[in-house]
Structures are given as C-alpha cells and as structure tokens.
Design a protein around this ligand. Structure first.
Ligand code: SF4
Length: 273
C-alpha cells in the first residue's frame, strides 16, 4: 500500500472491487491527491456514493464516514447532512454517469439549484458498465454496446452541441469542471477548487472501462489498446470532449444552508418574506 492508500483506505478492503486496469482507480486517486494536498484527514470528509462501479469501489475502501443513495438520492441525503454537519466538514460524493446524468438527474439539478455545499465527482465510464455494458448518454456516438449492437444512436449529453454541464450551470451550480483521468495534475487542481468552493461543485472525470466498453465497443480487453484508444479520442488536441474548468462562479451565490439559516432567523422574528 502506498502512502495515500494507507492514509485514506481501509486496509482490509484495499484495492477495492474495480476490474484490473480500470481507470476508476485513477479517478479516485485524483480525489485523494486533491484532499491530501489540501491537508484533509479522513475525519474531515464524509464520503457519499451513488450506484454502480464508482459507488461500490469507494464505499468499500474509504476509511472515514460514508453514506450511499441510489439513483440520485445521494444528493438528498447529502443535503440533510450538510445542514446537520459543521460547515468545515467536507462532503464528497462519487457517482457514475448513468446514475447522475440520467436516472438521478432531477435530484442533481435541484442540488445545483439550491447551491448545496458538496463536491460531486462524476466517474464517467461512458455507459452503464456495472450492469454489463449498456449504452448511456455519455457513450460515444456509434459505439457498439450490449444494448446498441449496431452502434449508439441517441444524442450524446457531451457532444454534438449538447453539454450536460451547461444545464447544470443554468441550474445554479457554482463550480463545474471536466477532465479525463489521463489529464495529469489538472483534475487534481479542479477538485481542489471544487472542495474549496462553499457551494455546489461538480467535477466530471472520464475514464476507460476495460471490461465492458473495451470488449463491446473496441473489441479488446488489452489494457494498452483500450488506453491508446482513450488517449486518441479524448487526449490533448482531440476534439472529442470539452475539458478544463467549464464554469467557476465560486462564492457568487448564497449557499443553501446559510440561506436557510438566515431565512429561519428572519422567520423567527416574523420577517421571512
Ligand atoms: S466494469 Fe468497467 S468501469 Fe466497472 S470496474 Fe470493471 S472495468 Fe471498471
């Protein structure tokens, strides 16, 4: 076990349940590096998870307090926790693209609208990989998957003029970024900014799934080939995905808990309007 794993992971659960070579480990690594560089200890963070590969992995390994909610409910639980916990306690949530951008999207939008202080990390494996590799709304156009044997045909949420992060910006999110797990230090810096923003922050981390996406869409489970495809499709200079900080309005809107406390104080004086 290396230093970060020793600091943040339960030794008996390490290295978790992700398949060998899965980019998910790199995604979690970026979060740990950001937390470590900010000096956060396990007791400074409560870590929530959604459903799917990303949730299973973190829920099993994080040494500190955790919670879980399926299909978007994790943001509702986080909202309650945000009101109950001291403000200095950070709430990190890892959820998959299928859980966050499709099934649980309504809850995600409302957490953004309320500007609830939480850092959401979307571990985007380009589809529903934990259930066998069906296409989702971030699956590249034309990709063959378990549920699109003739190619992904629905509009993609992140390509061809669509961008799910734009919708979240309109909803009221105050910090939004997107990176791939191969983008070096940039994702770590974005996650740090997200953790420092006292409001709703989301960082989408796109990573390769070797087991299902690799086999169904690329015809290989060979790690080098899958990562090579991923680098060419999403790497620097490729136009497959808008990456970087997409929106930084940190501190520009009142945070949900602060707004609610101010409201109840005024209501207590009969002056809530
Ligand atoms: S199914 Fe894919 S995304 Fe899920 S853990 Fe395995 S390689 Fe990773």
């Amino acid at each position: 076990m290396d230093r970060l794993a020793e600091k943040y992971f339960r030794p008996e659960k390490y290295p978790g349940t992700a398949c060998r070579g899965c980019g998910l480990r790199l995604a979690h690594r970026k979060v740990l590096e950001a937390a470590d560089e900010l000096g956060l200890e396990t007791e400074d963070v409560v870590w929530g998870t959604g459903i799917g590969c990303s949730g299973r992995q973190t829920f099993a390994t994080w040494k500190g307090d955790t919670f879980a909610g399926t299909h978007g409910q994790v943001y509702c639980l986080a909202t309650g926790l945000r009101l109950a916990l001291p403000p200095e306690k950070r709430i990190i949530i890892t959820a998959g693209d299928g859980d966050a951008f499709t099934i649980g999207f309504n809850h995600l939008l409302n957490a953004a609208r309320r500007n609830v202080d939480m850092t959401v990390i979307i571990c985007d494996n380009l589809g529903y990989q934990s259930t066998g590799g069906q296409y989702g709304l971030t699956t590249p156009g034309g990709a063959r998957t378990d549920s699109s044997p003739y190619g992904m045909w629905e509009p993609n949420w992140t390509e061809d003029g669509f961008d799910v992060l734009r919708i979240l910006k309109e909803a009221g999110a105050t910090f939004l970024a997107r990176h791939t797990v191969l983008d070096g230090q940039a994702p770590v810096e974005s996650i740090q900014k997200a953790l420092l923003n006292r409001g709703f922050s989301l960082v989408q981390l796109v990573y390769p799934c070797v087991t299902h996406f690799g086999v169904h869409s690329l015809g290989t489970r060979n790690l080098a080939e899958v990562y090579d495809w991923f680098r060419k499709r999403y790497g620097a200079g490729a136009d497959g995905l808008a990456t970087g900080i997409i929106h930084d309005a940190s501190g520009s809107r009142p945070e949900f808990g602060a707004r609610l406390r101010s409201y109840t104080e005024r209501a207590g004086k009969g002056d809530a309007a």
